[in-house]
Write a protein that binds this ligand. Structure first.
Ligand code: 13P
Length: 347
């Protein structure tokens, strides 16, 4: 039989992956690409200049006490090169607090040729060299996102296979470069599909992803999975209750995610901040899953912060209080202990 030594855990990466899902903590996704951060800032009346983007990320990363609930932060290429107001590079601002810096390394989505309505992720060309540079700049983990839409006749199996292959190629390159990969196949909430359809598509997606990861000799102990929760489409007339979402999501993951994976860090995907926290808490309350169930939220951690900040330096400490509050709520959700009552106590 062919030698499969590479499947052994790679030194250090398993401990990075485990630190990212340490008890009571999760990840802040602050890796919005230029067009996405522009949209988020515009929504609160702030022009997307380089200085405004820097000042906003500075606010997030210097929030007092945030390392109690945040284990890692995913940065964008521009952000990993930026500095705090006192001149400290952002990766160092984070690592001084014991927070692991991470980096988004995909180059966004493009239409999948010959497959109308489907998208594919770009960014493999030159990835090995980029990973080496990011590691030198302090990154310890990376992220690559695949976007999967549900609609009439989609996703096709071809599209899912193409994404699974890319995610596995990316993950293998990361592990060779000494970075722990976060593998993010996101089945979108857009559309009128049912929760059952989301479960079916998420199951098929993840089973193809893990089969490719093994083929590519990725050490599952040295990576994290970042999936969507199993939810009905936003336009579906039949929305689901919190227990239904929690049960469908955990059932789906139990069927396809090997227990060798140390943790599953959900994206929020357009849920409100409170919904994302409630769902995570309900899943953890179901009791001892084989992996840590945590968060890697972008919007669900940041939307209320942006609304409190609005680009005004006079609002920084209020906005930081809002961020700490959301992080604390999600920290409680890691133990299945979040309650709506907690929302009344914004620090
Ligand atoms: P959301 O939590 O806003 O979905 O963002 C997470 C993320 O990193 C998307 O790639």
């Amino acid at each position: 039989m062919e030698k499969r030594g590479c499947l052994m855990p790679m030194s250090g990466l398993d401990s990075v992956a485990r630190s990212l899902v340490a008890a009571g903590k999760g990840i802040l996704a602050a890796d919005e690409s230029a067009p996405t951060i522009e949209k988020r800032l515009k929504a609160v009346g702030v022009p997307s200049t380089e200085e405004n983007r820097r000042a906003y990320r500075d606010l997030l990363f210097t929030t007092p006490g945030i390392s109690e609930f945040v284990s890692g932060v995913i940065l964008f290429d521009e952000t990993i090169r930026q500095k705090s107001a006192d001149g400290t590079p952002f990766p160092e601002v984070l690592s001084r607090q014991g927070i692991l810096p991470g980096i988004k390394v995909d180059k966004g989505t493009r239409p999948l040729a010959r497959f109308p309505e489907e998208k594919i992720t770009e960014g493999l060309d030159g990835l090995g060299e980029r990973l080496a540079e990011y590691r030198d700049r302090g990154a310890r983990f990376a992220k690559w996102r695949a976007v999967i839409s549900i609609g009439s006749g989609i996703p096709t199996r071809f599209c899912l296979k193409a994404h699974a292959h890319l995610l596995a190629r990316y993950a293998a390159l990361c592990q060779e470069a000494g970075l722990a990969p976060i593998v993010e196949p996101e089945v979108l909430m857009d559309g009128a599909h049912t929760i059952e359809r989301c479960e079916e598509v998420t199951t098929e997606t993840l089973s193809l992803v893990f089969s490719e990861l093994l083929e590519h000799r990725v050490a599952l102990e040295g990576m994290l999975l970042k999936p969507n929760m199993v939810l009905p489409g936003k336009e579906c007339p039949k929305q689901a209750g919190v227990p239904e979402v929690a049960e469908a999501t955990v059932r789906c993951l139990r069927r396809v995610v090997p227990p060798a994976v140390p943790g599953i860090v959900f994206l929020s995907g357009g849920q409100t901040a409170e919904q994302a926290t409630e769902h995570l808490s309900a899943m953890n309350a179901l009791g001892s899953p084989p992996w840590e169930l945590s968060f890697s939220y972008g919007r669900a951690l940041q939307d209320p912060v942006l609304k409190a900040w609005k680009g005004d330096s006079a609002n920084i400490s209020t906005a930081q209080g809002v961020f700490r509050h959301r992080a604390r709520c999600n920290g409680a959700a890691r133990y299945g202990k979040y309650t709506r009552e907690m929302e009344r106590s914004v620090a």
